[in-house]
Design a protein around this ligand. Structure first.
Ligand SMILES: Nc1ncnc2c1ncn2[C@@H]1O[C@H](COP(=O)(O)OP(=O)(O)OP(=O)(O)O)[C@@H](O)[C@H]1O
Ligand SMILES: [Mg+2]
Length: 264
C-alpha cells in the first residue's frame, strides 16, 4: 500500500519554555522540552515515541500537530512546512489529525450520550445530515467492537477499555490520516491493554492510518510500532526500527528503559 512515503518530518525541531523569574538577580530558567529533534514518519506505519516522564514526548506531539509553535526548526506534513501556513490553512491541515488521550475517564464528557461524543469531530469539521451522522457513528462504533445500541448510553455505563474504544471511535470518525495517541493504554488494566492495542493495529490494517504512539512503556511500543525514537531530556538518544532497538539497544538509557518487564 505504501512505498515508504514520508508523511511527517521534523527538522531541527526545538521547543523551549522560559519559566517565570524566581528573583530579580537570577536569569530566568529555560526548559529545553524538545531540543533539536530530527525524524521522518512513514505513511501507514506506527511511529513510537518513548522516554520517561518529562522527556518531551507530549511537547513534541503538540508541535507536530501544529498546536504549539516551535522555538526553532520545521514540521513538514506531506512536505509542507506547517508553520508557514496561514491560520486558516493550518486549521484545514489539522483535519488530518485526531488524538487519543491517556485518560478514558476524563476525556469523555459524562453528560453526553455516546452518539454525540463520537459525532463531535464530525460536527466540528464537516457538515453532515442527521441520518448520515447517526449511521457514521454506528459504523465507527461497530469498527471498534461496540454495539449499535451503545449510542444511547452514557460514558459511566462502560468499562475503562470500552471507554478507550469510544475515544478511538471518536478519533476515527473523520477518517484522519494521522492519529496521535498519547499514552492510550496506560490508564488501563494490563489485561485490557492488549485488546486496545490489537484494536489499534486492526484499524490500521483496515484504514491505513499513520500512528504516532507516545508511551513511557517500551512493552506497549514494542507491541505496536514499526519505528521508534527514544527521547531523554528533549533529545533523541536512539532511533531505528522497533525490532533493532528492542533486540539490540545501543544507548544506556534505552537499556535502562528496557529493563521494565515485557508483558505481551
Ligand atoms: N507549557 C509549558 N510550560 C513550561 N514548561 C513546560 C510546558 N509544557 C511542558 N513543559 C516542560 O517540558 C518538559 C517536557 O514535558 P512533556 O509534557 O513534553 O513531557 P512528557 O515526556 O510528555 O512527560 P509525561 O510522560 O509525564 O507525559 C517538562 O520538563 C515539562 O515540565
Ligand atoms: Mg506527556
Amino acid at each position: 500500500m505504501t512505498n515508504n512515503e514520508t508523511i511527517v518530518e521534523a527538522k531541527s525541531l526545538s521547543k523551549f519554555y522560559r519559566l517565570p523569574k524566581e528573583s530579580l538577580f537570577k536569569k530566568p530558567e529555560v526548559i529545553k522540552a524538545v531540543n533539536d529533534v530530527n525524524f521522518k514518519i512513514i505513511k501507514g506505519k506506527s511511529f513510537g515515541v518513548v522516554g520517561e516522564s518529562g522527556s518531551g514526548k507530549s511537547t513534541l506531539a503538540r508541535c507536530i500537530m501544529g498546536l504549539e509553535r516551535p522555538t526553532a526548526g520545521e514540521v513538514k506534513i506531506n512536505s509542507v512546512d506547517i508553520f508557514s501556513l496561514s491560520a486558516n490553512e493550518l486549521r484545514n491541515m489539522r483535519k488530518q489529525f485526531q488524538m487519543v488521550f491517556q485518560d478514558p475517564f476524563g476525556s469523555l464528557n459524562p453528560r453526553k450520550k455516546i452518539l454525540s461524543i463520537i459525532a463531535e469531530p464530525l460536527d466540528v469539521l464537516e457538515k453532515v445530515k442527521k441520518n448520515d451522522r447517526r449511521s457514521r457513528v454506528i459504523d465507527t462504533l461497530k469498527s471498534v467492537g461496540l454495539k449499535e445500541t451503545d449510542i444511547e448510553k452514557f460514558p459511566h455505563e462502560f468499562s475503562g477499555g470500552q471507554r478507550q474504544r469510544i475515544a478511538i471511535a471518536r478519533a476515527l470518525i473523520t477518517k484522519p490520516k494521522i492519529i496521535v495517541a498519547d499514552e492510550p493504554v496506560s490508564a488501563l488494566d494490563v489485561s485490557v491493554q492488549a485488546q486496545v492495542l490489537n484494536l489499534l493495529q486492526d484499524l490500521q490494517d483496515s484504514f491505513g492510518v499513520t500512528y504516532i504512539l507516545i508511551s513511557h512503556d517500551l512493552a506497549v511500543v514494542k507491541f505496536v510500532c514499526d519505528d521508534v525514537i527514544v527521547m531523554n531530556e528533549g533529545k533523541i538518544v536512539e532511533s531505528g526500527s522497533a525490532k533493532e532497538i528492542f533486540t539490540n539497544p545501543k544507548h544506556e538509557y534505552t537499556k535502562t528503559l528496557l529493563e521494565a518487564v515485557p508483558r505481551f
